[in-house]
Design a protein around this ligand. Structure first.
Ligand SMILES: Nc1ncnc2c1ncn2[C@@H]1O[C@H](COP(=O)(O)OP(=O)(O)O)[C@@H](O)[C@H]1O
Ligand SMILES: [Mg+2]
Length: 388
């Protein structure tokens, strides 16, 4: 798919913007701090209803304004679909699909798919688990949009359960609080198991694409592999066997099995949870371990290898979305990536992305982008876009 036209109103530093985008490569050029990332963030937001830069959506609304609007005319093989999203400071957000109000905002998911690669993606490889969870969850939601609902249900239950645990910690655990806790446990396990199973399923589907993407970028024979380190496992409740090295890694995406592990571990950690006042088990505590050959990339891979790994994760995501969704090619966004590369790597990256149905590239200077990428050029200066 691709976006034919993008309109923004009171979004970040844009009072208003109208862009007629091309199929193929679009280049957004302008000095730093002018609004290039804001622009591509608007598209990414339509894809996932979350921002990689902030929690919540309020920072997306222009300062001193009460509403931001993102509107995209998305073009699919046989039809165009107009997606409109209204973000409101003081009331519920609203969405429209072809001018008809959507019952739920998340009904727009699955139309505008996108994959962004940016220098901060190194964090997926090098930094804390939340970066890796965000990577996989963004992809789960684009491949199976109904999961946006499961994630939000899980978040809600987690929050309420944590509140209850905190109260129980302060007031002591009397019978009624504990039976309420049991009820929350059932919902937590149900939504949480669904998320864990979906992540594992997705990682399995991503595997061949990741292998291929990494081989195309890095001259190496180390195979990239993603393992899931799960808070559901742990020596205390799992039978030891000769594979004890892999004990922390969950390798089943079977819902029933996951549910059973989850319930067991939850009852096992309950005293500790009551003591600490937080939920210690579930997808919000899990981590992906990005292996390169026999070693985790985190802590072992060189800077170059980490960079290649991060890029491979994104290129594999594109291949997966192309294979698993009806929208075909997702929009590829390369935010500020070329400036970091030497000319050989620039050419290679350009060659890899040139055939995607639509590519959006941001750069401070146009000269950083290989000439071979025949791009439609837009200039971005303090929230004003010209060209196209
Ligand atoms: N909600 C907002 N209202 C007004 N301006 C904003 C808002 N959020 C971000 N900005 C402004 O956007 C600018 C950053 O834009 P950005 O797209 O990150 O720049 P770049 O072109 O370097 O990618 C900053 O000047 C920041 O103050
Ligand atoms: Mg930027």
């Amino acid at each position: 798919m691709y976006i034919k036209h993008l309109s923004l109103a009171q979004f970040r530093n844009y009072k208003s913007a109208e862009l007629s985008l091309s199929q193929g490569v679009n280049l957004l050029v302008g000095p730093n701090g002018q609004g290039k990332t804001n622009l591509v963030e608007a598209i990414r937001y339509l894809s996932t209803l979350s921002s990689h830069r902030v929690a919540g959506y309020l920072p997306l609304i222009q300062q001193n304004q009460s509403q931001a609007v993102i509107r995209a005319m998305a073009s699919f093989d046989e039809r165009d679909v107009l997606i409109e999203l209204e973000l409101n400071r003081d009331s519920a957000n609203k969405a429209r699909i072809n001018k008809s109000p959507a019952p739920k905002v998340r009904d727009i998911l699955g139309f505008v798919n996108s994959v962004t690669f940016a220098p901060e993606d190194l964090d997926i490889v090098k930094r804390d688990p939340s970066n890796r969870r965000a990577f996989i969850d963004e992809l789960v939601i684009q491949v199976w949009p109904r999961f946006a609902g499961v994630y939000s249900d899980y978040e809600r239950v987690l929050k309420q359960r944590n509140t209850l645990l905190k109260t129980a910690r302060q007031t002591g655990t009397k019978g009624s609080a504990l039976s309420t806790l049991d009820a929350w446990d059932a919902s937590l396990v149900s939504y949480g198991s669904e998320i864990i199973a979906a992540r594992l399923d997705l990682i399995e589907r991503l595997r061949p694409h990741l292998f291929e993407a990494y081989q195309s970028i890095a001259i190496a024979n180390n195979e990239p592999r993603i393992l899931v380190k799960s808070s559901l496992l742990g020596a205390a409740i799992v039978q030891f066997d000769e594979d004890s090295e892999d004990l922390e890694y969950i390798n089943t995406s079977d819902r029933a099995e996951i549910t059973e592990l989850y319930s067991k571990k939850l009852s096992f950690v309950r005293p500790k949870e009551l003591e600490r006042g937080i939920t210690l088990v579930g997808p919000h505590r899990d981590d992906l371990v990005l292996m390169l050959g026999d070693l985790p990339a985190k802590g072992y891979a060189s800077h170059g290898e980490s960079w290649s790994y991060a890029l491979a994760l994104r290129l594999a995501s594109i291949a997966l979305l192309r294979a698993e969704t009806r929208s075909g090619d997702p929009i590829l966004i390369l935010d500020d990536v070329f400036a970091e590369l030497d000319s050989g790597r620039r050419e290679r990256l350009a060659g890899m992305v040139a055939n995607n149905e639509q590519v959006l590239i941001t750069a401070a200077v146009a000269e950083d982008i290989p000439k071979a990428l025949q791009a439609t050029v837009f200039n971005v200066i303090s929230g004003t876009v010209t060209g196209g």
